[in-house]
Design a binder for this molecule. Structure first.
Ligand code: LLP
Length: 420
């Protein structure tokens, strides 16, 4: 058995996810189809808990990466908490059984209405602007609050997901700590947490540590006497290309904990240490399956057309992101070069271009790897194609997680939503 990209394995001519044959899933559930290996996701969670050996550690899963209810429940059973960014995310996790104390709310450009809604549910708010803090203070004087600062470090896979430095809309500038304290004092707000999130897919450990240090540099006991926790966000990178190196999070975690321990010693109290990973927990445990129905030779350019599109998985189109793709129907075929595209009416609707892959024939099934994070959760119904089915695998057994609407039922839902 050859290990391709955890946790997909190849056993002779069949590709498997946690032992389950992917072609048999296509046959049973149809495609396009998202499949998640819950055991793999749970093992990623446990790995991070071990890596950050701190007695008061909390891992807040950034559910924006994947809000699948079975994933949320599996992580809750292991003790994960939640990073939520919209009122509906909060309602979903409350319904999934997370207590309100386990949620930190980090929306950007929060409206007053949203602030009240979430605050009144008993969830702690993480405020990321001076004006937002003032509005929060006016509405809820005497409350607890967490403050999000801009870490001043520019890092992350693409410019679009870098959240530190000059060019970003996120966080209170570190140099505005005094005005933030003035506002907090004016409204008797207790600052119980400090937060920063530098970016997604941070390549160098040093960049992450620098973000931590920059935030901690303002976190004195004199300024923030009532701190309960410091939250250093998410951004843990996973390999997407077969040749990408894998970061050793055991080594990474040790150093991060040392930085925090030094801070707590100076602060004079052992605080809670929070992280907010999304991608790291779910990316590799998910795959996306689709079927090729049309092969075209466009003057020598081979085009494989599938039954899905960027509505279902937009990362390659939006970020030029690389996702490894397997031809699970023809693993031993001779390699040829293809553009692998979708069924949406735009030329940019590509999963991969100039991709070398075993020969694709009409009817073959393709598996897109690393599809657990920011794939289904960013899907849309553009061109009015309903969202794909989701399957979960637990202990080697597959089951339906989220059903698919038929085209007709989906259309009826749309017409009804217009009252027509
Ligand atoms: N905390 C905050 C405040 C965040 O904004 C994010 C991600 C996370 C935690 C989790 O970051 P992660 O551990 O997943 O890197 N759609 C993009 C990624 C957007 C990330 C947005 N914020 C993509 O597909 O690459």
């Amino acid at each position: 058995m050859q290990n391709l990209n955890a946790p997909v394995t190849r056993d002779h001519d069949s590709y498997r996810l946690h032992g389950v044959d992917l072609l048999s899933l296509c046959a049973q559930y149809g495609s396009p189809l998202y499949v998640y290996d819950l055991d793999h996701i749970v093992s990623c969670y446990k790995g991070l808990v071990q890596a950050f050996a701190w007695p008061k550690l909390r891992i807040h899963y950034a559910m924006k990466a994947n809000y699948n209810l079975d994933i949320l429940k599996a992580l809750r059973a292991e003790g994960a908490r939640i990073d939520a960014v919209s009122p509906a995310e909060v309602f979903v996790v409350l319904k999934a059984g997370f207590p309100k104390e386990d949620i930190l709310y980090t929306a950007n450009n929060m409206t007053d209405e949203e602030m009240s809604l979430v605050h009144n549910l008993g969830v702690l708010l993480n405020i990321d602007s001076l004006s937002g803090l003032k509005r929060y203070g006016e509405a809820f004087p005497g409350s607890n609050v967490c403050l999000r600062f801009n870490s001043d470090v520019v890092a992350g896979e693409t410019e679009k997901v870098q959240t530190g430095g000059e060019k970003t809309k996120f966080g209170i500038r570190l140099e505005d700590v005094e005005p933030a304290l003035d506002i907090a004092a004016r409204y008797r707000l207790t600052i119980v947490g400090l937060h920063e999130h530098t970016g997604s897919g941070i390549a160098e450990a040093e960049q992450f540590y620098q973000g931590m240090k920059n935030l901690l540099s303002i976190g004195t006991k004199e300024r923030f006497p009532a701190l309960r926790f410091v939250d250093f966000g998410g951004g843990f990178k996973v390999p997407y290309r077969p040749e990408d190196k894998r970061i050793d999070y055991a080594v990474f975690g040790k150093k991060a904990v040392e930085i925090f321990a030094d801070f707590c010693r100076a602060y004079g109290r052992e605080l809670e240490l929070y992280f907010e990973p999304g991608r790291y927990l779910v990316a590799e445990g998910g795959i996306f399956l689709m079927q090729v129905n049309t092969i075209k030779d466009n003057r020598g350019r081979l085009i494989a057309g599938t039954n899905s599109g960027f509505g279902h998985l937009i990362r390659p189109m939006l970020y030029d992101a690389y996702h490894h793709i397997l031809n699970i129907s023809n693993p031993n075929g001779a390699s040829r070069t293809y553009d692998i595209c979708g069924n949406i009416c735009e030329t940019g609707d590509l999963f991969a271009s100039d991709r070398s892959i075993p020969e694709i024939r009409e009817g073959d099934f393709l598996a897109v790897l690393n599809a657990g994070a920011y794939c289904h959760s960013m899907a849309s119904v553009y061109n009015l194609r309903p969202l794909p089915v989701e399957i979960v695998i637990r202990n080697g057994v597959a089951s339906l997680s989220r059903r698919k609407a038929t085209h007709e039922a989906f259309a009826e839902e749309i017409v009804a939503s217009y009252g027509g």
